[in-house]
Structures are given as C-alpha cells and as structure tokens.
Design a protein around this ligand. Structure first.
Ligand SMILES: Cc1ncc(COP(=O)(O)O)c(C=O)c1O
Length: 376
C-alpha cells in the first residue's frame, strides 16, 4: 500500500496538454501568453478587476505590503492561527506583526478582537499600516465584520486566501475581500502550479506596480535602469499553463474535498471527544483540509496519539498550525487573546483531504482513528 499524503497534487489531462503546448511553443523565458491568460481567467472567476501571477503566495503578501506602504516602524495586524508565511513578509518589510486570536465559530480572526485592537491602537495614536486576515483551511473569515472594523479606522485589509480558493462568503468567492488579496498554488493547495501565487485587486495601478516590482523594477528605458529595489517574483509561463488546466477543474476539486469532509463527519462525529472545524453559517467552505479536534479525556487518546497511529500505517496527518503568538521567532510581538488558537493547536489534527483520496482510503483512515479509542 502506498503512503497516503495530507494533500498531494492532483493533475489531469488538460494540465498536461497545456504544459506541453507551452513547452513546444518555446515560451519558456519566463513570461508568456499563459501567464496573461491565467491572470485574466482567475480575475474573471473571482470577480476581481486585476491579477498578477507570482512565484508564491508569500511573494504576493510581500508585494501587497510594499504596495500599501508598510515599512520600518509600522505594525501590521494579522491572524495568529496561520502558517508562518502570512507573518514573515511583515518582517521582510521591517514592520512588526500583531497577532489576533481566532473565533471558535470559524477558527479565523475574531472580528471583536480586531475591533478592540484597532481601538486601542487609535487611543495610543498609532494605527497599524494594514490588517492581513487569513481564510483558514478553506473557510473565509467574517468579512462583513472585518471590513467594517477596518473601514471605521481607515486601515487597509489584505485577504490571505492562500488556503481558500473555491470557498465563498455570502455567495462571493474567497480572494475578493481585501483591498488586495492573495492566493497560493503551492504543491499542497487545492489547485497547484507546483509553486506559485497570485495578487489580486480592483485597483489596476496596484497590480501594475506589483508586476513592475516582481520583474526587478526596471524603469522604462532601453538600457537597464532602476530607481527602486525590485524582486524576481513572477510566475513562469510553463507553470501558468499548469495553473490554467487546474483552474478548469477547481469545482470538481472542491466537490471532492467537501465529500471527504462529509464522510469524515458521518464516520467520526458521533465518537465522544471528537469535534470538527465548524462551517460558519455565512459561507461555504472548500474543505481544503478537514480538521478535527480531539478531547483526550473524552476520547481516550490524544491528537498526537492518533497522529502517530496513522503515521504507523503510512498515513500523513498534521497538527493544526501552531499559532504565531506561540512561535519563538515572534515571541516579542503583541497578541490580543490567544487561548482559542492555542487550544486548537493542542487538540487539532488535519486529516488527509486530497481530491484524489479514494473512498476505501478514507474508510481506512476513519477506522484507524476510531480504533485509537481502544488501542492508541
Ligand atoms: C495561510 C497561508 N498563507 C500563505 C501561504 C504561502 O503560500 P506559498 O507557499 O505559495 O508561498 C500559505 C501556504 O503555503 C498559507 O497556508
């Protein structure tokens, strides 16, 4: 039996033929028509005006912060429960992250805590330069409330939708809720270009600026002239071709992951001590990863015992993100709240959720988890 991965790439025939077409056309060095088409198709799908295809989601966050003018001495407020890639670019800009705890309703940034933090900042006379909200594990944050708080204090909102392409909030797709929004096409995401990302906005000047910064900030001159420090952050034409093929099957990928989520719930929810990341009433999640919580006293085994039992059978499961306010690298940073995300880290486990996971595999995973009650 081969190893079951948490969220492996899932390619189809369209990706293969588009990639070969890009290869055969010799548009390899590195931009080309697939990059333009991928940007257009993604922007159209999400209903956002403009998009820049980039080498990673991290690069997209970095550029978003630069475009918003984040610099040394600034603070940027963000979610504590996330992958470090959300917070690292704040430090690249010389700014300091401030972490906000999750709400149990969605595991995303708690809007009431954001409001409290912005109010406290306003009273101190120094508002953060930006807020970066994360759509965790395929579920949107509560944007009506986050946007209202940001508008009240005139702080721009960035949406980190790296994990949530295919999810929606009040009928609108993830990736269109920030003044700038970002996506990731890293190998473990719902659709992948092996590595890649995108920056989206309704503001054309911002996306043009992102393309300029991402291609070494070359001034318009026949020779190489630079008045700004730039980056090498563009997505290659070959990878954009793969992304276009993946975008064609996004709805199928979401359906497969939601079906896994429904299966796990039906198979495990009745077990004492097992809970699930809730689907908030305001939206529809992509179920990028299905996450359970384990109360060891009620269940009879801890999440780590379950993880190790699965690992023994060559099944990959991962603890929920360790919150940023508990990370040694961010130990000097301010945090508002923290107990909710700390608890989710302690008890939370992400289960194999790839769209290519087979019914008999998920059956085996659920059976192994249930068996941990008697023999962890
Ligand atoms: C929430 C979140 N933000 C940002 C990123 C960074 O994306 P990338 O790996 O494409 O740089 C990831 C995942 O990798 C992520 O999960």
């Amino acid at each position: 039996m081969s190893r079951i991965y948490l969220s492996p790439p899932h390619m189809g025939p369209a990706e293969r033929s588009l990639l070969l077409e890009a290869f055969d056309s010799n548009w390899i060095a590195p931009l080309g028509p697939h990059v333009d088409a991928f940007e257009r198709e993604m922007a159209a799908r999400l209903g956002v005006g403009h998009a820049a295809a980039l080498s990673s989601g991290t690069a997209a966050i970095h550029l978003a912060l630069e475009i918003l003018g984040v610099g040394p001495g600034d603070e940027v407020v963000t979610s504590s429960l996330t992958f470090a890639a959300t917070a690292n670019p704040i430090v690249y800009r010389g700014a300091r992250p401030v972490f906000i705890d999750s709400t149990p309703e969605s595991w995303n940034m708690d809007p009431a805590l954001l409001e409290e933090e912005l109010l406290a900042c306003a009273r101190r006379g120094k508002l953060p330069r930006a807020v970066v909200a994360v759509d965790l594990y395929g579920q949107c944050a509560d944007y009506d409330r986050l946007q209202a708080a940001c508008e009240r204090f005139q702080v721009p909102l960035v949406e980190d939708a790296a994990e949530a392409l295919g999810a929606s909030y009040r009928g609108k797709p993830a990736g269109r809720f920030g003044a700038l929004s970002i996506l990731s096409f890293n190998g473990n995401k719902i659709i992948t270009t092996s590595g890649g990302g995108m920056l989206l906005s309704d503001r054309q000047d911002w996306i043009e600026r992102a393309r300029f910064l991402a291609t070494q900030a070359r001034d318009p001159a026949p020779h190489y002239q630079h008045s700004t420090v730039g980056y090498n952050y563009r997505l290659s034409n070959l990878l954009a071709a793969v992304g276009r093929g993946q975008l064609q099957v996004l709805d199928e990928r979401v359906a497969a992951r939601r079906a896994h989520n429904a299966f796990y719930r039906q198979a495990l929810a009745a077990l004492p001590g097992i809970g699930f990341m809730p689907e908030a009433p305001y939206g529809r999640m992509s179920a990028w990863l299905t996450c359970i919580t384990v109360d060891p006293a009620a269940f009879g085994a801890s999440r780590e015992q379950i993880r190790l039992a699965l690992e023994k059978e060559d099944i990959e499961a991962r603890p929920v993100w360790k919150p940023m306010h508990l990370q040694p690298v961010f130990s000097g940073c301010r945090a508002r709240g923290g107990a909710v995300s700390a608890g989710l880290f302690e008890r939370g486990l992400c289960l194999p959720s790839g769209s290519s996971l087979r019914p008999e595999e998920r059956q085996r995973i659920a059976a192994r988890i249930a068996a941990c009650r008697s023999r962890p």
